[in-house]
Design a protein. Structure first.
Length: 568
């Protein structure tokens, strides 16, 4: 149950803090006063979409916070414990901030959380129905979803869906294999040519770098020889060479060090230089002796490099990639060479998959038919309670016959879909003696609202303890029908917390708490003010809903009567 909602700098709502203590709450106010903003704020704190356009002009961020009592909601408490979020005294605090740069900060129970977990938790805590959601009732796909949810078939349906996707993938793979034909043979021939070309090249991953270094040495052999000779001459061969001079310097330094021990560090440095020069000379000698020039070797190296560059350019990859590609070619050819025998195995696997799908589809269909009987019975009871005494509701189920179908039943073949064999459609009539027709053809806006409420009343028997938010589910109705609808909403609130955004005084009157949203101007700014009404204010607000801002005494008396009239 939602106990507190705090909203700060959310569009026109500058600041609001609402405490709730009951299971049935109405949100009222004139059109454009900000009721949709209230809905958006609840949706956002429960994981809905958010954007910087909802930040109040001039503010740096908006802040939303909600406190939920989850003490009696064991699934939610288990989820919180599993995810590592802490509740306090049976309550969980949700907090969401969004700044003007688009960065959000989400907390669940004081711990930072990604949006995905907030959405997951939000779906467990609540269900939000916006205006025209009842239009989804007109779509066959949604009707099937509702039936499966009613019959607790989501798990079985998911099993079927996973198997169906595997079947479609396998079937597509087989079709592609069979259609390949000459293209497949051409592909194998091309792969073999590429493999032979790369194999004959005998490529090594580090070869190119080694060849480039050797090529550079051969090209510059004469210059290298000249420079090594220069170093050798000045290090050792000349009359005033550096090594001989450093030998004398070291000897002199030794004499100084024997007299002045503090010179020891300098002497060691000089000795190091002298040793280093001798080591350098030794390496120069070794390198200079290795220098040679061979035009034949240079030609061979450059030819090899040209071949590597040709392959790199042809295949558009570096040398390492070429080596890896060669390995992949071998794997692909091996796989293709075994596909002929594999195709027979795939066909067998396909038949096994079809058999499994048929079993799951038939199981789904049997359970759906059983659920339809019970759903039609409960819908009749709910529609009667909603004042639709002459209404009839039925669910029609059929299979799609096809010669190319996957399931055989009584000598006919039927096609499978990702939801099973069944196509269903809701049929309805509000009037006695009239022919049942597709729901989308005959249901008015008010009737669709009541149908949606009837389904929700049935569904919530299975899923209680949540926050249900309805945005003008009473649109298009009035009078006694509105009062009857209000009574069903009140019944729904026995096992759930219900928030109703409504324009109808009959609906608002049956709620235990009422929040008025009003748009006002403060200086140069417009704000939406949310206020929870007390016992004195509620009759006045209802009277305004009946006859306008300047209500009469009779309107006020009627409002009081509505408040104290039993809802059922």
């Amino acid at each position: 149950m939602l106990k507190r909602l705090t909203v700060k700098d959310f569009a026109l709502i500058e600041s609001a803090e609402l405490d709730f203590s009951s299971g049935l709450i109405s949100i009222t106010g004139e059109s454009g006063s900000g009721k949709s903003l209230f809905l958006d704020s609840i949706s956002s704190i429960l994981g809905g979409r958010c954007h910087t356009g909802n930040i109040r002009t001039g503010a740096k961020k908006y802040i939303l916070e909600a406190i939920f009592d989850v003490s009696k909601n064991n699934p939610v408490r288990s989820w919180l414990a599993e995810k590592g979020f802490e509740e306090e005294d049976g309550e969980i605090i949700l907090r969401k901030e969004l700044n003007s740069e688009g960065r959000s900060r989400i907390q669940i129970g004081g711990s930072l959380s990604p949006l995905s977990l907030l959405k997951e938790l939000g779906s467990m805590l609540s269900e939000i129905h916006r205006q025209n959601d009842q239009l989804a009732l007109f779509q066959k796909e949604e009707q099937l979803n509702l039936l499966d949810a009613y019959a607790d078939l989501e798990g079985l349906r998911e099993d079927f869906s996973l198997s169906y996707r595997a079947y479609v993938s396998l079937k597509r793979h087989i079709e592609q294999f069979e259609k390949a034909g000459e293209e497949r043979l051409k592909h194998i021939e091309n792969l073999r040519f590429q493999l032979e070309e790369l194999s004959s090249a005998k490529l090594e991953p580090e070869e190119e770098n080694t060849l480039s270094i050797e090529e550079n040495r051969l090209i510059h052999a004469e210059k290298l020889s000249e420079n090594y000779s220069f170093l050798s001459y000045h290090l050792h061969d000349s009359d005033d060479n550096l090594i001989q001079l450093m030998s004398k310097i070291a000897a002199t330094a030794s004499k100084i060090e024997s007299i002045d021990p503090e010179f020891a560090a300098c002497y060691e440095e000089i000795q190091g230089i002298y040793s280093g020069l001798k080591e350098v000379y030794a390496q120069v000698q070794e390198k200079s002796e290795d220098i040679f020039y061979s035009q034949e070797q240079l030609d061979a190296i450059q030819k090899r490099l040209n071949e590597i560059n040709r392959l790199k350019k042809k295949y558009r990859m570096d040398l390492t990639g070429l080596v890896q590609y060669q390995d992949k070619l071998e794997e692909d050819l091996e796989k293709l060479s075994t596909e002929d025998s594999t195709n027979g195995n795939l066909q067998k696997e396909l038949q096994v998959q079809i058999k499994k799908l048929a079993e799951l589809a038939l199981e789904l269909s049997v359970k759906r038919k059983k659920a339809i009987t019970q759903l039609e019975k409960e819908m009749k009871e709910e529609l009667l309670a909603l004042g639709m005494r002459d209404a009839s509701f039925t669910v029609r189920l059929q299979w799609e016959a096809s010669e190319e179908g996957e399931v055989s039943e009584q000598g006919k073949m039927y096609r499978l879909k990702d939801t099973g064999l069944d196509s269903i459609e809701f049929f309805f009539t509000a009037n006695k003696g009239e022919k049942l027709q597709s729901l989308k053809k005959v249901a008015s806006g008010g009737e669709a609202s009541r149908l949606m409420l009837a389904i929700k009343c049935i569904m919530e028997k299975k899923h209680s303890g949540r926050l249900l938010v309805f945005d003008e589910i009473d649109a298009g109705i009035g009078g006694e029908t509105a009062r009857v609808l209000a009574s069903r909403v009140k019944k729904l609130a026995k096992h759930n917390q219900v928030i109703l955004i409504t324009h109808l005084q009959q609906v608002a009157a049956v709620t235990e708490e009422q929040v008025r949203i009003k748009k006002i101007t403060q200086g140069e700014r417009t704000i939406s003010v949310l206020k929870k009404l007390d016992e004195k204010e509620r009759p006045e607000e209802l009277a305004k809903m009946i006859s306008g801002e300047k209500f009469s005494n009779s309107a006020l008396e009627h409002a009081k009567e509505l408040l104290f009239r039993p809802a059922v």
